[in-house]
Design a protein. Structure first.
Ligand code: UN1
Length: 497
């Protein structure tokens, strides 16, 4: 066992304990006897200090030319690359995902840093003709101010990068509130930001509980924008508070993503996609495949293939290179998934494989749940609610139209996938699926950082992270008119007879 890390808040360029001195613990979900880190249980006073620092730093950071801001972000990409392996090991230890996936998590942060750094020399606005003579009109992007970034544990490096890096290149200052399950990953990341050379107060880190630190940030009058990734329930309350306190808010919430497999699909391709989509990150992705909508002509064959391959998946600690499916992040998640299995039984689901907490002796100190396949009807809670675990529900359909209707029949709309060789169906799917992301012949996971990420219905609130759309979250548009006629020109009036 390695020595536990002591994580601190990072406020105004200083590493600090919570003002109350209280701490919390982060433990390895593959073996809860192993303490990964202790971290501050911050309260309102710590949040206040971070807001003061971020507000002060904003006054000068917003005036740093964007290409110069971007150079620091480029430096983040270099440092992340340099520390990729170390950081990936820490991710595996702290939240359980297998090492190969943890490396991908860091890589997504690197990709985002490269992309955001490039944006420093773009941040384009528009020029447009004025309706008046000798008058110039243009739009420019302005930073929003101080941004509170509330990030989840499932992508402890990628998601804080998605939020912080575009925010910073646009000239905002930020306060990161990481999930209480991954404080050590967030601390490592912010150490990298510090080393990259951001001035004090530009990026701040406040650890603690959602109920305490998250709430204090969302309610704080000194915060201009909240970017939140997490459950739909918490997101709704964050959104309500931001509405009441006039803050801009970007919400990324739940999903109930489906992969459709049509009768003409390449079944082997659809199979590897389904296994990766459903059981990658132990199903703990917003984009995870939690429904497989199968055409009746291939259902039996595909299901048999799926069960056979699922039975061979190797569960274990994320740090073991042979592990394919890691643990769930904590005991509450394990209980949540177990509870959904009880619901599945009462709803008459057939459990085709798995369905229980893993029983192997070597896993008994971790939060492991067996990869699970259920056969159910589409009008059940299992088919409609987000589970966030290694559980996938099979639903049989008789036609392409029925497949799309079933796919759309949930309160969410994040990711979606269709396996077919029919180009007409592929284009119909792109048009008719209600989701922010659609894959053709690929699984529901695998979003790249230069495309918009987000969803419709209860998944989001109309914003998109990543891509150039992230700039719309982190900037305000300003319209600027320059009249060089030397006289008063009244628009809509003086140019009319
Ligand atoms: C998430 O689960 O919130 O497409 C993010 C994917 C990853 C990002 C997932 N690139 O699954």
């Amino acid at each position: 066992m390695t020595t536990p890390l002591t994580c601190r808040n990072y406020i105004n360029g200083h590493w600090l304990s919570a003002q109350s001195g209280a701490t919390l613990e982060s433990r390895n979900p593959a073996d809860w006897r192993s303490l990964v880190a202790t971290f501050p249980r911050s309260l309102t006073a710590d949040v206040d200090a971070a807001v003061v620092a971020a507000r002060r730093a904003y006054l000068s950071w917003r005036l740093v030319p964007a290409p110069a801001r971007a150079e620091l972000i480029y430096r983040v990409s270099e440092l992340l690359l340099q520390h990729k392996e170390e950081l990936a090991q820490l991710i595996s230890q702290e939240m359980g995902k297998p090492l190969t996936e943890a490396r991908g998590d860091v890589q997504e942060g690197i990709d985002c840093a490269l992309y955001s750094a490039g944006e420093g020399r773009r941040l384009f606005g528009q020029t447009t003709p004025s309706e008046m003579p000798n008058k110039f009109a243009m739009t420019v992007r302005m930073p929003v101010g101080v941004c509170a970034l509330i990030s989840p544990w499932n992508f402890p490096v990628a998601i804080p990068c998605w939020k912080a890096l575009p925010a910073l290149v646009c000239g905002n200052t930020v306060i990161l509130k990481p999930a209480e399950d991954t404080p050590a990953c967030a601390t490592f990341l912010v150490q990298i930001f510090q080393e990259a050379g951001f001035k004090e107060g530009v990026i701040n880190l406040v650890h603690g509980l959602g109920e305490e630190v998250g709430r204090a940030l969302v309610e704080h009058p000194g915060i201009d924008l909240v970017s939140f990734t997490g459950s739909s329930e918490t997101g709704a309350s964050v959104g309500a508070t931001c509405g009441r306190t006039h803050k801009r808010v970007c919400l990324e919430m739940g999903g109930k993503n489906a992969q459709v497999v049509m009768e003409d699909a390449n079944l082997e391709l659809a199979l590897v996609g389904a296994l990766w989509g459903a059981f990658g990150t132990a199903g703990q992705r917003c984009t995870a495949t939690s429904r497989l909508i199968l055409h009746r002509d291939i259902k039996d064959k595909f299901t048999a293939m799926l069960i056979e391959r699922t039975s061979k998946l190797r569960l274990g600690s994320g740090s073991d290179p042979l592990t394919e499916v890691g643990p769930l992040v904590n005991s509450a998640q394990l209980q949540r998934v177990s509870h959904y299995l009880e619901i599945a039984h009462t709803e008459g689901a057939s459990v085709l494989i798995g369905g229980q907490i893993a029983k192997l002796e070597e896993l008994k100190h971790g939060y492991f749940f067996q990869p699970t396949i259920l056969d159910i009807s589409p009008d059940t809670r299992i088919a409609r609610e987000e589970i966030f675990g290694p559980v996938v529900a099979l639903i049989e359909v008789s036609s392409f139209e029925e497949a799309i209707a079933v796919l759309n029949d949930t309160p969410y709309g994040l990711s979606s996938s269709v396996y077919t060789r029919d180009v007409n169906r592929a284009f119909q799917a792109m048009r008719d699926i209600e989701a922010g992301i659609t894959y053709i012949n690929g699984p529901t996971i695998g979003a790249e950082v230069h495309l918009p990420f987000g969803g419709v219905k209860q998944t989001g609130n109309g914003h998109r992270e990543a891509g150039t759309t992230a700039l719309d979250v982190f900037t305000e548009w300003k319209s600027v008119y320059v009249d060089f006629s030397g006289s008063l020109q009244r628009a809509q009036i003086d140019n009319r007879a």
